[in-house]
Design a protein around this ligand. Structure first.
Ligand code: NAG
Ligand code: NAG
Ligand code: NAG
Ligand code: NAG
Ligand code: NAG
Ligand code: NAG
Ligand code: NAG
Ligand code: NAG
Ligand code: NAG
Ligand code: NAG
Length: 554
């Protein structure tokens, strides 16, 4: 007996202690009508915001309400659901919110009423759910809300609105989700409204009917109540055809406003206008409350921008305020074209320069032969070039230089090309003082050709050229006469050369002899000779040489 008693006590104690340790936090009164669905959410922030365990009881029973969705009264998540409510359901319901170390209890005093409303379906009077009071502001666009508080498992649709027992036809009234928008509210809009919705739960249909008593208030302080649309600003938006786009409508409005916010196109709600394709949708509204106003955002989303969207205003409405945006095709990027054009021009210029550099010599030579101007200006010069060359000591080099200077140069430049050269050792008159010969004749020349011998002898250049010669070419260099350097073999190191030669080499380069030095006939059309001819002055008409020669020698 004792053992049994102890056992019973020990079983009863925890539940008794657990129940009693819960703190009563609130008592709410609900007066819904019988015959239709009713739901109550056990919510008591912040207690119910975390990970909590909610259990519904009907006082004084300690047996939790069933969680079987098929039973007429059951619990779903935090909700207690009556499908439908009956008169016998009146009573106190307790919702116990149990988290790891706290326990709270909320009481709901449910009084089920029988309220009748006018006959709208012809099937006798309807029973009304509890009453809601709402306000419409005269002279403005305003809206009513159908309060349908049910868990997500309940699908609500086919909302119909009634006023004074008559179904509301669209016109100044527009049905919009759970809202009814009323434009240009007047005093006659006050009265008894009802909203009816179909509720579907686990395949069963129910009807919910809410009555709403609407009072009209005159709005005098009108200005402060106009919602402000921050964006859009009647602006245009550039967007590519076929791309997706989301545009926010940002609004600030007073705290107590009842304004309806929505997007419209062609004076139709976008969700209705695109009810079939659903290509353009309005997002659900979000709001941030501030001390004196509320900031609302409702976006419009284009899954894909189509041609027909361009040029038409998409209007965001907030009560009496409206602002739109218009889509525009992006302007072709002028800058890109400009840059492209410039690049093409630069590219063309570069390739022309490149081609010119490759064929420069041929072009110039061709031009000279093609546009041979007979009336070339007389410049008082007698020779086309003065040939300056070292006298190397090595026999082979000495022979090579002599062959080049005395045989090949005259053969090609004089005989084939018609130039006139002054070659020391060939053209001076016997008996003339060396210095005089150079000094006088060099002034009569248009170019100075300097023959350079290979490295092994290069340091001898100075030594082997008479001092006069060096003085002369220095003067020439300073005088600006064009100098043609001809390397008999590749000169690798110019540092041993006089500075003036180094300078010329750096500025104009040197022409390198290729092949053997033989007395065989040379052709003026080879690469080497073309380069030399390129640097030579344009060929003149064979001078009336005898006369000039006479003049000179006299
Ligand atoms: C909470 O309310 C219930 C029912 O009204 C009551 O029986 C219980 O004593 C109350 N508990 C506390 C701790 O107030
Ligand atoms: C119901 O209550 C829970 C817990 O407080 C809350 O998270 C949920 O948002 C509520 N549901 C509705 C529709 O208010
Ligand atoms: C609350 O939860 C604790 C542990 O999570 C459990 O021991 C206790 O019985 C619960 N109380 C109620 C009233 O559900
Ligand atoms: C519940 O509400 C009814 C009607 O409003 C009231 O008569 C009754 O006293 C209330 N019960 C409690 C326990 O408050
Ligand atoms: C609003 O209604 C009043 C009469 O109720 C009318 O005079 C006025 O023109 C209407 N305004 C608009 C914008 O329709
Ligand atoms: C609109 O408001 C949202 C914040 O809700 C912000 O992120 C967005 O940038 C705003 N858009 C415009 C166009 O001002
Ligand atoms: C879309 O709206 C038109 C006109 O309001 C209506 O005829 C059509 O049935 C609607 N389509 C859908 C899928 O709701
Ligand atoms: C548009 O609004 C919806 C809410 O209705 C939100 O989920 C979505 O992220 C918003 N889109 C953008 C791009 O902000
Ligand atoms: C609005 O209607 C006009 C003709 O009534 C039509 O051309 C236009 O495409 C429509 N606007 C949109 C965005 O569909
Ligand atoms: C934008 O256009 C609407 C008409 O659609 C007008 O009422 C509003 O004043 C305009 N807003 C601005 C900033 O121009």
């Amino acid at each position: 007996m004792l053992a049994l008693l102890l056992c019973g006590v020990s079983l009863a104690l925890p539940s008794f202690v657990g129940a009693d340790s819960c703190k009563n936090v609130s008592m709410q009164n609900e007066a819904p009508s019988a015959g239709q669905p009713f739901a109550f959410n056990c919510t008591y922030p912040p207690l119910t915001s975390g990970k909590v365990h909610v259990t519904w009881y009907k006082y004084p029973s300690r047996i939790p309400i069933s969680k079987n969705t098929q039973s007429r009264i059951h619990q779903e998540q935090n909700w207690i659901l009556f499908l439908p409510l009956t008169q016998e359901d009146s009573g106190i319901y307790q919702c116990v919110i149990n988290s790891t170390n706290t326990c709270h209890r909320i009481h709901v005093n449910l009084t089920v009423l029988r309220k009748y409303w006018c006959d709208i379906s012809g099937n006798g009077q309807l029973i009304l759910s509890d009453e809601y009071k709402q306000i419409l502001h005269a002279g403005r666009d305003d809206s009513l809300t159908c309060h349908l508080n049910f868990p997500q498992s309940c699908v609500l649709d086919s909302i119909t609105w009634y006023k004074d027992c008559k179904e509301i036809k669209e016109g100044r009234f527009i049905r919009w989700g759970i809202k009814l928008s009323v434009s240009n509210v007047s005093a006659e809009d006050g009265g008894n409204y009802a909203c009816q919705a179909r509720l579907t739960h686990t395949g069963k249909h129910y009807t919910v009917l809410n009555s709403i008593t609407v009072r009209i208030t005159e709005t005098n302080g009108y200005a402060g109540r106009i919602p402000k649309i921050i964006y859009p600003k009647n602006n245009s938006i550039e967007v590519q055809l076929g791309s997706a786009l989301t545009v926010d409508c940002n609004i600030t409005d007073t705290r107590d406003n009842t304004n309806l916010r929505c997007w419209r196109v062609n004076n139709t709600l976008v969700d209705d206008y695109y009810n079939e394709s659903k290509r353009i949708r309005e997002g659900s509204e979000s709001h941030i409350p501030f001390q004196k106003h509320i900031f609302y955002t409702v976006n419009i989303t284009f899954l894909e921008v189509k041609m027909e969207d361009y040029g038409h205003p998409f209007i965001c409405h907030a009560g009496v305020s409206a602002a739109y945006f218009i889509l525009k095709l992006p302007a072709p990027d002028v800058r890109a074209y400009l840059i492209g054009g410039l690049l093409a021009l630069v590219g063309a210029a570069v390739s022309v320069m490149y081609i010119y550099n490759i064929f420069k010599i041929d072009i110039v030579l061709w031009y000279r032969s093609a546009c041979h101007s007979p009336g070339t200006k007389e410049d008082g010069k007698l020779y086309d070039a003065y040939v300056l060359y070292p006298k190397p000591q090595g026999e082979i080099q000495s022979h090579d230089v002599d062959t080049l200077v005395l045989k090949i140069l005259p053969e090609v430049l004089e005989r084939q090309c018609g130039y006139k050269l002054f070659i020391f050792g060939r053209d001076e008159f016997p008996g003339q003082a060396v210095a005089n010969v150079i000094d006088e004749n060099i002034k009569l020349c248009r170019r100075l050709i300097i023959i350079l011998v290979p490295e092994s002898l290069s340091f001898d250049l100075l030594k082997n050229m008479s001092e006069e010669q060096i003085a002369v070419y220095n003067a020439l260099v300073q005088d600006g006469m064009k100098v043609i350097l001809i390397e008999l073999e590749k000169v690798k190191d110019y540092t041993a050369m006089p500075e003036s030669i180094q300078y010329i080499k750096q500025k104009h380069g040197a022409i390198q002899w290729s092949g053997d030095i033989t007395e065989q006939s040379q052709c003026a059309k080879t690469k080497f000779w073309k380069k030399v001819r390129y640097h030579m002055p344009p060929k003149r008409l064979p001078p009336s040489s005898s006369a000039q020669l006479l003049k000179h020698t006299s």
